[in-house]
Design a protein around this ligand. Structure first.
Ligand code: SAH
Ligand code: SF4
Length: 354
């Protein structure tokens, strides 16, 4: 990317990366360069609203000032290592940060809708290690900083020239185990990208202390819970985290969350053939959810690497859906986006494939 090549004249001083800086931080740079605060506002707009790839594209700054800026700063230090486009228009990026670690980010476009949804990663790998998930197989490598999280959306915007309207934390990693960075990134999405709180979704495997913190903060974004099972026994087979934060405790935390925030939550339920898609499972699930203010999102299992799980038939998915609907819940079935490029839920490993 052009931005990576900028500002090499700076000798031994490390480059300042403009992506991810707030207005105040950009003002510090313009102050140093003895420019007016208005220049900082212009730079801020170029980064967040016009998604430029290089300082040279900031055409309302004088050529002389651009040269000065290039001496100390660059737009980004993140590289697009691989980009894939699915037949349905979904884009998947493998991004490389300066330390060589990579994560995947997905842009989903839905027909007939103006929404452009970025599915971002919050960690490299994941410690939770759910048995059905490709990210979990990698183990935990490191947290992403808030700048690295927002860089994913900026990269999409720079590359496509499009404005992302919604962000879901459903890429690699467990957002509630990197909550400080996730919260800061959400604040920046809100203030700098002008993406409303209601257009942000945080998905978690059910980290109770994190849910409690979000309740205290009165979070107005959507909280999605990866429940995936109707009872303790099935859940612990799928998600080891159930041994630490079990379904009854989780429910207590969710009730408090709903009371404090007044928000409806989303329950994500992975459907795996003969494991949790049976008639008995729907009954148990209905009973667990009956007093929770929630919508349910059914996710047909996406086959990843070696395990014995299978996706249920369409008939079985529809039967599960309609039985759940009869209990009064609003139920959606997640559309499989980008399956042909391994961009569907749970398929993001972030491993560099040669
Ligand atoms: N760690 C968080 C967010 C990232 S995973 C969480 O677990 O909620 C985003 C969603 O993808 C979760 O609901 C997760 O359970 C689901 N997922 C993981 N592997 C999957 C697979 N193979 N098929 C379908 N969904 C999967
Ligand atoms: Fe981690 Fe979520 Fe995958 Fe579980 S499903 S291993 S919590 S990324």
């Amino acid at each position: 990317m052009a931005g990576c090549q900028e500002g090499r004249k700076a000798g031994n001083n490390p480059m300042i990366v403009l992506s991810g800086l707030d207005l105040h931080e950009i003002e510090k740079i313009t102050d140093e360069l003895k420019a007016s605060k208005f220049r900082a506002r212009q730079i801020h707009n170029w980064i967040y609203l016009k998604s430029v790839k290089s300082i040279d594209e900031m055409t309302d700054l004088s050529v002389k000032f651009r040269e000065q800026l290039k001496d100390v700063a660059a737009v980004t230090d993140t590289k697009i290592k691989v980009k894939q486009e699915s037949a349905d228009g979904t884009l998947k990026y493998l991004l490389e940060y300066p330390d060589g670690e990579c994560v995947e980010t997905v842009l989903m476009r839905f027909d007939n809708r103006a929404n452009l949804t970025a599915c971002v990663s919050s960690q490299v790998g994941c410690a939770v290690n759910c048995s059905f998930c490709a990210t979990g197989k990698r183990g935990f490598i490191r947290n992403l900083t808030y700048k690295e999280i927002i860089e994913q959306v900026l990269t999409i915007q720079r590359d496509t020239g499009l404005k992302v309207t919604n962000v879901v934390f459903m890429g690699q990693g467990e957002p509630l185990l990197n909550l400080d960075n996730v919260l800061k990134a959400m604040e920046i999405f809100n203030e700098n990208f002008q993406i409303g709180a209601r257009r942000l979704t945080v998905s978690t495997s059910g980290i109770i202390p994190g849910i409690e913190r979000l309740a205290e903060l009165d979070m107005q974004s959507t909280l999605a819970i990866s429940l995936h099972a109707p009872n303790h026994e099935v859940r612990r087979k799928l998600m080891k985290i159930e041994d630490k934060y079990s379904m009854p405790e989780l429910k207590k935390a969710l009730k408090t969350y709903i009371e404090k925030t007044g928000r409806r939550i989303t329950i994500e339920y992975l459907l795996i053939k003969d494991l949790n898609d049976t008639l008995g499972s729907v009954k148990e699930l209905v009973s667990y959810l009956h007093d929770l203010k929630c919508n349910v999102n059914l996710i047909p299992y996406n086959p990843t690497e070696k395990n014995d799980y299978q996706k249920p038939s369409n008939n079985s998915i529809m039967r599960f859906k309609s039985l759940l609907e009869q209990s009064g819940k609003k139920v959606t079935v997640r559309l499989e986006r980008g399956a042909d490029i391994d961009a569907a839920c749970g398929q993001l490993s972030g491993k560099v494939k040669n």
